[in-house]
Design a protein around this ligand. Structure first.
Ligand code: IPT
Length: 913
């Protein structure tokens, strides 16, 4: 058996230790190396990076299944193998001391030589390996050679849901390790919330923290001093130096104590709630080689969207990311590089987790993570890995970890019975199940959803209802959205997903399931997250405004409050709001400001924003807001009926011209239109397509994507046009009776639509509304309703009542896999060109240059081409979104059923106002 298939950890490495940089010399070896794949020609390659993203071979995506036969530890003989080579000289004055050659990540197995001497073999792709090389170094002409194999025994332990990408994808550094220097160090920095004292000690060197007046504290000794604690909400760090006579390591210390008290996870004595995301390392061009500035971009985006926690799914991230979490403030579950999910397909037969032969490899992975990351205050839980079922090797990892670092509890979702974990964790549990876990306080442990609300495509729906559960039970302590980013790979201006590289086995767009698009543009899901999980909640009742502090630790002192009063979406007054101090978890009540009387629909909007700039956002950045209704809409003038006129082949009613045969509107003022006809179809979302809750299958089976319209009667009365139709799918007996009743006055047309199900409907409806084709020149859109972004029944917290302007193109949400998007909810009116449409009282609308059928057929955004019309959907309702692409479907209250309904709209021609 070759070293590639050896089941043990790698060979030849130095013992794992903390990741740090000291004042000892070091030499970064990142940059251009020489490379060849499978003994091909040598050429340049960038390290860190993946060879598949630099012109050699291609990426492949599978979620659960291994892309090779499952016969552990063997891997295919056709095993893509890359040879890397770098020549380097030492900088002047490089000391004659031991030195470590550090690889931060090689995927999946690397054999390393320096100056023709073999150093050893690495395994554990997302974990560091160091080799002792001091004795091999020369002043110049050092030759570093690494042979990297795409597949190894390690691949069996690295079956995470992501692209298979190989190579030296994290940094390589040569570090001088002076004799008598800091070999490794461990900080212990706890916080006693009763006394307000932080207790500091360090192993591995002396420590000096000038700000705390701590100088040369000896290893093993401790000191207790008054400190400000560290939390994700107030990430106070103290700069210090761990030192020996010959080496200084700058450190940043955060004092905090993680505990489980009465089955509740606390930090510094207060229970915490994870409002978190699962973060894979991904960049649309460089894959899991994520540059530090991109990691920072993630942290800033998270902080600005009220994300307070990250689970590093499903491997330890680049350690620089953890330093950013310390600095900016994010709770972290650091997860080990371990997943054997593909064995599930084999009934877990042969799963490494319970096979003694893999014991060392499991423990080695955990040790390398814990030792590397132990000094980060942001890490509050250690996670053993993901989806690896159960077994002795996992139990051993947990036991070792608890012993090595008693300061942090252990997490692993797969241990359903909580035999060796400290935290009860589940993924995708429905609201109902979370509620019962809450009621029963199952296992008596803190409960977290390590994955919930699958952010694939349009959605997730139902986040608000999860939040309510997090607030209902003290020990239901939040969760982590699956997931942070769409793993689309960019090519020719498009984002590609599974199958786009010709992979014979793949899981399609299941890799496109993030809150941000591949280029990190926030998707509507992230905007909704920010609102649902806002740290300050503002509501109103009567003449009072309630301000609730939803933080776990800090007060609202850093915020300023402002209000604006808008009538019919137009600002009429504004001002500042004095809010008394509100401690974490408390609510303050303040009087509503005096508001001017003005006719129309009046809304008071109160915003809480940063009073001064922080490291992650400017002053004025809004963290929470609420809207309070003040006055209702002014009454509309009723239609004073005009008469129908027949001219030649056409029927005229006010500003509208109708086809007497079909009863369809063909012209409105100067616009040629085709229209409004009953529409029940939407381009299914990923969540509609979800496997366990197959709304889409039922809809297609029912034929809702190919409804036919039969005009039963066009009844032109004196001043009313009544068009009776029956709309139904081919081959089926059920259908919908749809009656259109038109009346008009000089420049207005009023339509009442009455729908009545005919026969037994077998399924829910994607939407219930009307579709109208308008001339393609129309572009500018203005509306008064919910906005500015899209909103759906179960994902609409982020939309506020206001007056908004946009364009047809800008109103499309470019989901990587095209699907229903862009719905604007609760419009009172919308204006497109000179057409104004008013609801009674409100309606939803979408407007696009292609049809729902085009959207349904498209597989990539580039498939969507503008037609010559603009299609306007005017809906009474749409089915909710849910999160059935992985998890529960649409909650009952957001499901759209076929039932009797009426819906009225008034079309007004504005030029004639
Ligand atoms: C769960 C995985 O943990 C995660 O990696 C991802 O694949 C997610 O699903 C879906 O995108 S596992 C699933 C069987 C619940």
């Amino acid at each position: 058996m070759s070293y590639v298939e050896d089941m043990g950890p790698g060979t030849g490495a130095l013992p794992p230790r903390a990741f740090f940089r000291s004042d000892a010399p070091s030499l970064p070896l990142d940059g251009t190396w020489q490379f060849r794949l499978d003994n091909g020609d040598w050429g340049p390659i960038t390290v860190p990076g993946h060879w598949q993203l630099q012109g050699h071979g291609s990426p492949a995506y599978t979620n659960v299944v291994y892309p090779f036969p499952v016969e552990p530890p063997f891997v295919p003989s056709e095993n893509p193998t890359g040879d890397y080579r770098l020549e380097f000289d030492l900088p002047a004055h490089w000391p004659d001391e031991p030195a470590a050659l550090r690889f931060e990540g090689i995927d999946s197995c690397g054999r390393v030589w320096l100056n023709d001497v073999e150093l050893g073999v690495t395994r554990g792709s997302r974990l560091p390996t160091e080799f002792e090389v001091g004795h091999l170094l020369r002043a110049s002409g050092n030759v570093l050679a690494v042979r990297v194999h795409q597949w190894s025994s390690g691949s069996y332990l690295e079956d995470q849901d992501m692209w298979w990408l190989s190579g030296i994808f994290r940094s390589v550094t040569l570090l001088s390790r002076p004799r008598g220097g800091v070999a490794d160090y461990q900080l212990h920095a706890s916080y006693d919330h009763v006394s307000g004292l932080g207790t500091l000690s360090v192993d591995g060197g002396m420590i000096t923290v000038p700000e705390l007046d701590v100088h040369d504290l000896l290893p093993g000794k401790s000191v207790s001093v008054p400190v400000e604690p560290w939390s994700a909400e107030s990430p106070r760090l103290y700069d210090g130096v761990v030192h020996t006579a010959v080496e200084n390591v700058p450190v940043r210390i955060g004092f905090r104590t993680v505990a489980i008290e009465d089955g509740v996870l606390t930090v510094n004595g207060a229970p915490i709630v994870f409002r978190g995301v699962n973060r894979h390392e991904h960049h649309p061009r460089s894959g899991r080689a994520v540059p530090p500035e991109v990691a920072l971009a993630d942290v800033l985006l998270m902080k600005r969207h009220n994300v307070n926690a990250v689970r590093t799914s499903h491997y330890p991230p680049d350690p620089r990311f953890l330093s950013l979490c310390d600095e900016y403030g994010l709770w972290v579950i650091d997860e080990c590089d371990l997943e054997t999910h593909g064995f599930e397909k084999l009934g877990w037969e042969g799963n490494p987790s319970d096979d003694q032969r893999w014991a060392d490899a499991y423990l080695d992975r955990m040790r390398r993570m814990v030792e590397r990351d132990k000094n980060h205050p942001s890490i509050v839980l250690w996670s053993l890995g993901n989806e690896s079922h159960t077994g002795r090797n996992l139990a051993a990892m947990a036991e070792w970890t608890r012993d090595r670092d008693p300061s942090r509890p252990v997490h692993y979702e797969g241990d359903f019975d909580c035999e060796y974990v400290d935290v009860h964790s589940r993924m995708y549990a429905s609201h109902e199940e979370v509620d019962s876990i809450g009621r029963e306080h199952r296992h008596g442990k803190p409960f977290v959803l390590c994955e919930f609300a699958h952010a694939m495509g349009n959605g997730p729906g139902g986040m608000l209802e999860y939040r309510e559960l997090f607030e209902r039970y003290r020990h239901v302590q939040g969760g982590f959205i699956w997931e942070w980013i769409d793993h689309g790979l960019e090519k020719d201006g498009q984002f590609l997903y599974g199958g786009d590289f010709g992979e014979p086995l793949h899981d399609g767009n299941f890799v496109i399931d993030g809150l941000v698009f591949p280029d990190r543009t926030p998707s509507p899901g992230l905007v909704e997250f920010a609102k649902v999980f806002e740290p300050v909640r503002i509501s109103g009742s009567g003449s009072a405004i309630q301000v609730a502090n939803m933080y776990d630790h800090v007060s609202l002192e850093h915020l300023r409050f402002e209000w604006v009063y808008e009538v019919d979406g137009v600002e009429v007054a504004s001002g500042g709001l004095e809010v008394p101090p509100v401690a974490a978890g408390q609510v303050a009540e303040v009087a509503r400001p005096e508001l001017p009387a003005a006719p129309g629909e009046g809304w008071l909007t109160v915003r809480a924003s940063l009073a001064s700039p922080t490291s992650w956002a400017d002053a004025g950045h809004v963290l929470g807001w609420g809207q309070i209704p003040v006055t209702g809409p002014a009454p509309v003038t009723p239609i004073s009926a005009v008469e129908l006129v027949g001219i030649g082949d056409a029927l005229w009613l006010g500003p509208g011209e109708f086809d007497p045969a079909t009863g369809l509107l063909t012209r409105f003022g100067e616009y040629q239109v085709t229209g409004p006809r009953l529409d029940l179809w939407r381009a299914p979302t990923d969540n509609d397509r979800g496997s366990d809750h197959p709304d889409e299958r039922a809809w297609r089976e029912a034929g809702l994507h190919r409804l036919q319209h039969r005009v039963a009667e066009v009844d032109a009365e004196e001043n009313t046009l009544v068009v009776r139709t029956r709309v139904a799918p081919p081959a089926k007996g059920f259908g919908m009776l749809a009656d259109y009743t038109w009346t008009a006055d000089g420049d207005r047309l009023r339509l009442r639509l009455d729908v009545t199900p005919d026969g037994e409907w077998p399924c829910t409806l994607p939407r219930l509304g009307l579709r109208l084709a308008l001339p393609g020149e129309l572009d500018a859109v203005e509306w008064f309703g919910l906005g500015p972004g899209e909103a759906y029944a179960d994902s609409r917290q982020a939309a506020r009542v206001g007056r908004f302007e946009s364009t047809v193109d800008a109103m499309q949400t470019p989901y990587v896999f095209p699907q229903e998007n862009g719905n604007r909810a609760d419009a009172r009116w919308v204006r497109i060109g000179a057409i104004e449409i008013r609801g009674e009282p409100v309606f939803d609308f979408t407007v696009r240059r292609w049809t729902s059928e085009d959207l349904d057929a498209a597989r990539h955004t580039a498939d969507l081409e503008a037609r010559e019309h603009v299609y306007l959907n005017l809906d009474l309702a749409q089915h909710g979104l849910g999160t059935a692409s992985c998890g529960p479907g649409v909650l009952p209250q957001y499901r759209l059923h076929a039932q009797k309904a009426s819906f009225s709209l008034t079309f007004q021609h504005l030029d004639s106002v």
